[in-house]
Design a protein around this ligand. Structure first.
Ligand SMILES: Cc1cc2nc3c(=O)[nH]c(=O)nc-3n(C[C@H](O)[C@H](O)[C@H](O)COP(=O)(O)OP(=O)(O)OC[C@H]3O[C@@H](n4cnc5c(N)ncnc54)[C@H](O)[C@@H]3O)c2cc1C
Length: 425
């Protein structure tokens, strides 16, 4: 059986593992990066729809920390040491230019996530990191180390070695675990490390799919599949009270809704669902209040006064939405618009400003952009990413109980925690 030893073993070749290995190799020679897939960064390649929203242009640590919610404070130290602009500088130093788009999202100039991955692989090779693909870790073997000189000190738990799927044993001084969460398991992040960590004594907080599409009850949604909405406002209601709302882009799926604002709302909607029914209300015309939109409708109806209702909404709504709105309005589609009553127009107004969908569930991990929950942050040193339970173990990336909204914030978790784990391991 093959036996290998090294200084630092990084387990998982996603963005967090890649950054950890690059930084670890600047301090130590002899860094190995093991990845179970036949190539590194499979998930990184599909980020930002293949364009990779690398990070966000917000570079103020305090404001960034707020983006990560209640666990964001954990990131203070590592964001201070390696923030969003540092990522951009690093990439640009090695020849990858970036651009800023809507919402401060940073993308590579080329719009190709493969360019981001290729650059990082080049850096790994430059740093002489040994990359082992097709090398899934199957088992982690621990032991207790007692310090004989300090008899009062309790023994510490350490990782002695890991065993790969093919039986190869790797023994390292330090281990950085960057195996990701449970979302999009087809990319390799299947979550087995959470099982190992529980047996090692780590607490894993509740794992749930986040930044995920929302499923809705209405069967007509199927007819809207693929329809993108820009500049809309979507609110989530429970017990007739508005609980949250977001403005921006969304898209209809075959059974519900997705897109940036829906994904960003999904965690909160999931929490609301635990307490009862949740309704989404879409405002297709948030820039116009009810009276202004009513005036606009009246103007359109005057212009098209001899047209049938079914042919009068082209200027106002996307094509595929018109038949649904007409059906829900219960206005006769063949009615001449100059005969539409105030009451009917009111109904129409409500459909345009408060288009209602009943939420049935969130989609599963297989469709979630990220995993909420992970290694309990109370058990990790925020400066070094070192485990407080297992002495020679470090973490980085999505495996930690950290998550952010869309906009490059989740990859930034990987870059900053990977930087911290790599430099301190
Ligand atoms: C469709 C999609 C689009 C996204 N777009 C963006 C975006 O544009 N911007 C953004 O900020 N975030 C985006 N994200 C989120 C981002 O991709 C993740 O937050 C990030 O990839 C997490 O990195 P990681 O290194 O922690 O884990 P991963 O990228 O999941 O990498 C973990 C690696 O560990 C390997 N591994 C797992 N178990 C083992 C094992 N036992 N042995 C060896 N290797 C193992 C896996 O094969 C995998 O390659 C997107 C996610 C998805 C799914």
């Amino acid at each position: 059986m093959k036996k290998i030893s090294c200084n630092t073993l990084v387990i998982g070749g996603g963005p967090a593992g890649i950054m950890s290995a690059i930084k670890a190799s600047e301090k130590n020679s002899d860094v190995i990066l093991v990845e179970k897939n036949n190539r590194l960064g499979v998930k990184l390649l599909i980020t930002g729809k293949g364009r990779c929203n690398i990070t966000n242009a917000e570079n103020n640590v305090k404001k960034l920390v707020e983006k990560y919610g209640k666990n964001g404070k954990f990131l203070y130290s590592c964001l201070n040491n390696f923030c969003t602009q540092d990522v951009v500088n690093m990439l640009e130093k090695y020849g990858l230019n970036t651009k800023i788009e809507q919402g401060n999202r940073i993308f590579p100039d080329s719009d190709k996530s493969a360019d981001v991955l290729n650059l990082f692989v080049k850096l790994l090779k430059k740093q002489k990191v040994e990359i082992m693909v097709n090398s899934g870790v199957r088992k982690i073997v621990t032991e207790h180390r007692t310090d004989n000189t300090e008899q009062k000190t309790p023994s510490t738990k350490i990782i002695k070695k890991v065993i790969l799927d093919d039986g190869t044993e790797i023994e390292a001084k330090k281990y950085i675990l960057t195996t990701g969460g449970k979302s999009y398991p087809a990319t390799g992040s299947t979550g087995e490390a959470f099982l190992w960590l529980r047996t090692l004594g780590h607490n894993i907080t509740k794992l749930s799919p986040a930044l995920v599409p929302i499923k809705c009850k209405e069967s007509f949604i199927e007819e809207l599949e693929g329809l993108s909405l820009r500049n809309v406002e979507i609110a989530a209601y429970q017990d007739n009270k508005k609980r949250l709302s977001q403005f921006g882009e969304a898209v209809f799926t075959n059974n519900g809704m997705s897109g940036p604002i829906i994904q960003d709302m999904s965690s909160n909607v999931g929490e609301l669902l635990e307490n009862g029914e949740v309704k989404l209300k879409i405002d297709f015309k948030p820039a116009l209040d009810f009276p202004t939109l009513d005036k606009r409708l009246q103007k359109d109806f005057q212009e098209f006064s001899n047209k049938m209702f079914r042919n009068s909404l082209d200027k106002l709504l996307p094509k595929s939405l018109i038949p649904i709105i007409i059906k829900l309005s219960k206005i006769d589609p063949d009615k001449k618009v100059n005969l539409i009553t105030k009451e009917e127009r009111n109904k129409l107004l409500h459909l345009l400003k408060e288009f209602e969908l009943i939420v049935t569930a969130l989609e599963k991990f297989s469709k979630a952009i990220i995993t909420k929950g992970g290694v309990d942050l109370k058990e990790v040193d925020p400066k070094t990413m070192q485990s407080k339970i297992v002495d020679n173990l470090y973490f980085a990336g999505e495996i930690l109980d950290l998550d952010g909204p869309t906009g490059g914030y989740n990859l930034q978790i990987c870059w900053s925690t990977g930087y911290a784990a790599g430099t301190s391991s």
